[in-house]
Design a binder for this molecule. Structure first.
Ligand code: TTP
Length: 535
């Protein structure tokens, strides 16, 4: 093992717009934007080239690009009983519903999962993922040592401006093999879902995230360690984790510093004094491109939420919104049950009083049948408990958390799994894909030059920055999955569900594979306990 990580960051291009292109069968060359109420939330690249951006209001967008196709996000409500319906969007009477985009995101994840069960995948937001591809890269390189071959052609990738790759360095060889792999993953996702992604390939999450944005759309960029020093000229607020409150705090503390390189002039002690030991150490490494955060697999959402903010409202309005939220949550619980065979144990209601702007919450066991009407009924009782502090009300959220696995569905799936895994000739997805595409074949030379170990030791497990989570509704509920109670057949079931119940090949590959120095899907599943996030 070379000791160099290969971390990919994959980011869907103009995500919601792509979903609408596919759903409505609209050619990608047509300028298209997704609208939510009076604003644009996704703009495709054809429209961007005509001067349309998220900053435009609808009128300005139309005047810049008269043939712009506008698609409104799906909404719930707007009808007398709150049922879902394709009705005209009205912010005062309905709420945006992201189910369409969540499903598309799950499709993409499944396609990546099917590609290989050695990849470690972390969902960073609804449309971006980190992948630790180190194990698969090493596996390919081991194949070369055993007499196989491996492409060292990086022409399908960009290399970060001002940098070059050196195929005689172990670290760069790994990025080149990782880039080939990354292209294969993107191609597999495109073939299966039609969605296009951009990607970054580097040795850590921070650098691969910066890289994926360098050549959008539908391109990938490699950032070798030799590029890092020059890269640090960037505005530090562009670095993931420094774009928000922490970046603001840094600006206040050090008003004259703009770039990452400027930040390097502050000693770790000073940073620690102003921001605390952990954050100080983290920023000290971050502004040098040296943060080695692990990819934390998190495939299962830990809570499901439906929420709505509205002008200060009396009880009748609260009831109306509660019915709409119950509709959405019931739908999400059912979808989640189908995807992961589990049910939440608790229903939580959060409400914000419009007088003091304080949030209050109340929770109860989940009703046995989580239908809209039952959730509404229980939700009303939960609101009664806190309504003294919450009326008039300006925000409501209804959430489900603390999941247990559905024994009945497990059993069904168990039977399926055992039957399919025992079928002969199941070679597995990875085996089929190994060493494909060898346009410029290079035999691995013995005794390659080593580049200087560049990256600092792993950062503390909880960094202050973290990943953007566009869909998180901030509930901070606990993950109630009791993994100790999940036996091996249930784990197999969950694997097959996450992989989209592929049938024999995928399942048997998952059960036969050893972890190859990386973490299998099973490992990913176990890792959800600490790192999964709401989607
Ligand atoms: P982004 O990844 O920020 O952007 P994008 O995928 O549309 O475009 P790009 O190719 O530049 O990455 O956001 C992902 C989706 O999240 C986006 O398609 C729509 C949604 N979104 C919102 O709903 N509100 C917002 O303010 C932003 C920024 C995004």
């Amino acid at each position: 093992m070379g000791g160099y990580k290969v971390i990919l960051h994959l980011d869907l291009d103009a995500f919601y717009a792509q979903v609408e292109h596919r759903r409505l069968g609209i050619d990608r060359s047509v300028p298209l934007a997704v609208q939510q109420w009076a604003g644009l939330i996704a703009v495709n690249y054809a429209a961007r080239s005509r001067g349309v951006g998220r900053f435009c209001d609808i009128q300005e967008a139309k005047s810049r690009c008269p043939d712009l196709k506008l698609v409104h996000v799906e909404t719930i409500g707007n009808t007398s009983d709150g049922r879902m319906g394709g009705v005209a969007a009205n912010k005062a009477t309905s709420k945006a519903c992201l189910n369409r985009y969540r499903s598309a995101s799950t499709e993409v994840l499944k396609a990546m999962q099917r590609f290989s069960d050695v990849l470690l995948i972390e969902r960073a937001s609804i449309d971006e993922w980190y992948i630790d591809a180190t194990a698969l890269v090493e596996e390919r390189l081991e194949g070369v040592e055993e007499g196989g071959s491996c492409s060292l052609d990086w022409r399908e990738s960009h290399v970060c401006k001002g940098a070059s790759l050196n195929a005689s360095l172990d670290c760069d060889v790994r990025l080149i093999v990782g880039a080939k792999l990354c292209k294969e993953i993107r191609d597999a996702v495109k073939a299966e879902t039609e969605y296009e992604m951009s990607a970054g390939i580097s040795h850590n999450k921070m650098l691969s995230k910066l890289a994926s944005a360098m050549n959008k759309p539908n391109m990938q960029t490699i950032v070798p360690s030799s590029a890092v020093e020059a890269l640090m000229d960037l505005d530090y607020t562009e670095i993931n984790g420094l774009g928000g409150k922490l970046g603001e705090k840094l600006k206040t503390l050090y008003p004259n510093l703009k770039t990452s390189r400027d930040l390097q002039t502050i000693g770790q002690e000073d940073l620690a004094r102003s921001l605390g030991q952990k954050t100080g150490a983290w920023i000290h490494a971050l502004c040098r491109g040296e943060v080695d955060e692990p990819v934390k697999p998190n495939l299962l959402p830990k809570s499901l939420n439906a929420c709505k903010s509205f002008p200060a409202s009396p009880i009748e309005q609260v009831h109306k919104w509660l019915l709409i939220l119950a509709e959405e949550l019931a739908d999400r619980i059912e979808q989640d049950r189908q995807d992961f065979a589990r049910m939440p144990r608790f229903l939580v209601l959060h409400a914000r009083g419009a007088v003091h702007f304080r949030d209050h919450s109340s929770q109860s066991p989940m009703p046995k049948s989580a239908t809209r009407d039952r959730l509404y009924e229980v939700g009303l009782k939960l609101f009664e408990k806190i309504q003294g502090e919450c009326l008039p009300c300006s925000r409501l959220a209804l959430g489900a958390n603390s999941f247990v696995f559905d024994q009945k569905d497990m059993k069904k799936m168990d039977t399926y799994f055992v039957a399919s895994a025992s079928e002969p000739g199941n070679s597995g997805a990875l085996g089929k894909r190994k060493n494909i595409g060898t346009s410029a074949l290079v035999e691995k030379k013995k005794g390659k030059a080593q580049c200087k170990p560049f990256f600092a030791p792993a950062a503390p497990s909880k960094q202050p920055g973290g990943c953007r989570a566009t869909e998180s509704e901030g509930e901070g509920s606990r993950d109630g999955i009791d993994l100790n109670a999940v036996d091996i057949s249930q784990q197999k079931y969950i694997l097959s569900m996450i992989k989209g119940a592929q049938g024999p090949a995928a399942n048997s590959s998952a059960s036969k594979r050893k972890s190859s120095g990386g973490q299998s899907n099973l490992g990913q599943f176990f890792a959800t306990r600490s790192s999964s996030q709401d989607l």
